[in-house]
Design a protein around this ligand. Structure first.
Ligand SMILES: NC(=O)c1ccc[n+]([C@@H]2O[C@H](COP(=O)([O-])OP(=O)(O)OC[C@H]3O[C@@H](n4cnc5c(N)ncnc54)[C@H](OP(=O)(O)O)[C@@H]3O)[C@@H](O)[C@H]2O)c1
Length: 336
């Protein structure tokens, strides 16, 4: 099979991580990076000398590029995705899928009409460790799951903060961090939340610096989720079942799970720790899945169907609606 040419829109930080994955994969080659600033693209390719520094238009007109990874700040995701689809490219877009569900629907509709592949790069879903956790939970080893708790927080250094605190770049903890536990829990439970109550603490710039929600799933599972870019928190997830609990330290990026079993009361039976090797470049798994799907003629990945990304954007819209958090480029009707 011919090598698949890739391009990246957004010559920023996370784009470098995907570039490393593309270089490691024998079926892909990174051919160009597109930026709104030629200087930014030229600086970026210093680290990747075989890659061309381009404008978005130049990148999208390249015949040797079949797939595009969108790695701009969230506020530009929709426009980049639509432009790439219109240019006939398959698209993988960084998390969050976009800014709100209205945008998500537009992206999904164009991908469907164009018969092109579209996938949200929520990279954790593709990791072997995550797949293993999913199968352990489904095995019933801790009985019926009734409660999940997830905390994901870190104090982000000043140099990485600009995009997180800037409302015009769709900053805030929900779209940047909360989206991980939200997406991961939905994937692990194979369900979307039915009901969500939430609250946030706003930053001086008016975005959510701490985001909190309680989510109820159709099976009755309750999940309590907190995220922040402003507080060092103990990032971890816990799954509580009728016969034990599973502890995931360092979640959502951890590779180790501790399975605590009890007899249905407080009597502990066993404790077992399990570590899964995800390899040295975590993004490789999402890339390989995208390549597999595109080569098979699929328009989406079963690991993260487009409809699920669209639905989860709606959950985050609901939270922001409760808090009155509209970005400067949004209208109130965008969150309906
Ligand atoms: N999967 C992960 O682990 C992970 C980690 C971090 C971030 N992300 C996601 O990746 C995306 C990019 O994050 P990043 O940390 O890589 O961002 P970044 O380096 O700050 O910026 C990425 C690109 O966004 C555009 N941009 C940034 N600030 C801008 C501004 N003030 N005005 C105009 N354009 C601006 C530029 O695109 P051009 O070069 O095209 O002009 C820039 O190269 C976000 O959606 C984020 O959620 C994912």
């Amino acid at each position: 099979m011919a090598v698949m040419g890739w391009g990246i829109m957004g010559a920023g930080l996370i784009a470098q991580e995907m570039a490393r994955a593309i270089a490691l994969c024998s079926e892909t080659e990174l051919r160009g990076v597109g930026s709104q600033s030629l200087k930014r693209a030229q600086d970026w390719v210093q680290k990747f000398p075989d890659v061309d520094a381009l404008s978005y238009n130049e990148l999208l007109n390249r015949k040797d590029i079949q797939a595009v990874y969108v790695a701009t700040t969230h506020n530009f995701h929709k426009d980049c995705v639509l432009a790439a689809l219109k240019a006939g490219k398959h698209v993988v877009v960084e998390k969050p899928f976009c800014v709100n569900q209205k945008e998500a629907r537009e992206m999904a509709e164009l991908a469907r009409q164009s018969h092109l592949f579209l996938m949200e790069a929520l990279w954790v879903r593709f990791l072997p460790s995550h797949q293993k956790l999913k199968s352990i939970l489904a095995s019933g080893v801790i009985g019926e799951i009734h409660q999940v708790s997830a905390v994901f927080g870190k104090f982000v250094e000043e140099c990485y903060r600009p995009r997180l605190i800037d409302p015009s770049l769709a900053g805030g903890a929900t779209l940047d961090l909360f989206c991980y536990p939200l997406s991961i829990i939905s994937h692990l439970l194979d369900a979307l939340p039915l009901r969500v109550v939430s609250d946030c603490r706003k930053s001086k710039t008016g975005v959510d610096e701490i985001s909190n929600a309680i989510l109820r799933y159709p099976s009755g599972v309750l999940a309590q989720v907190s995220a922040s870019y402003d507080l060092r928190m103990e990032s971890r997830m816990m799954f509580y079942g009728t016969l034990g609990h599973i502890e995931c330290p360092e979640a959502p990026f951890g590779k180790t799970f501790i399975i605590h079993k009890h007899d249905g009361t407080n009597h502990v039976i066993s404790q077992e720790s399990l570590t899964v090797d995800d390899g040295s470049v975590g993004f490789l798994h999402q890339l390989q899945e995208a390549v597999r799907c595109i080569q098979s003629g699929l328009m989406e990945s079963p690991i993260i169907p487009v409809a699920e990304s669209v639905a989860l954007m709606g959950v985050m819209d609901g939270m922001r609606r409760e808090w009155g958090l509209l970005y400067p480029f949004e209208k109130a009707s965008d969150l309906e």
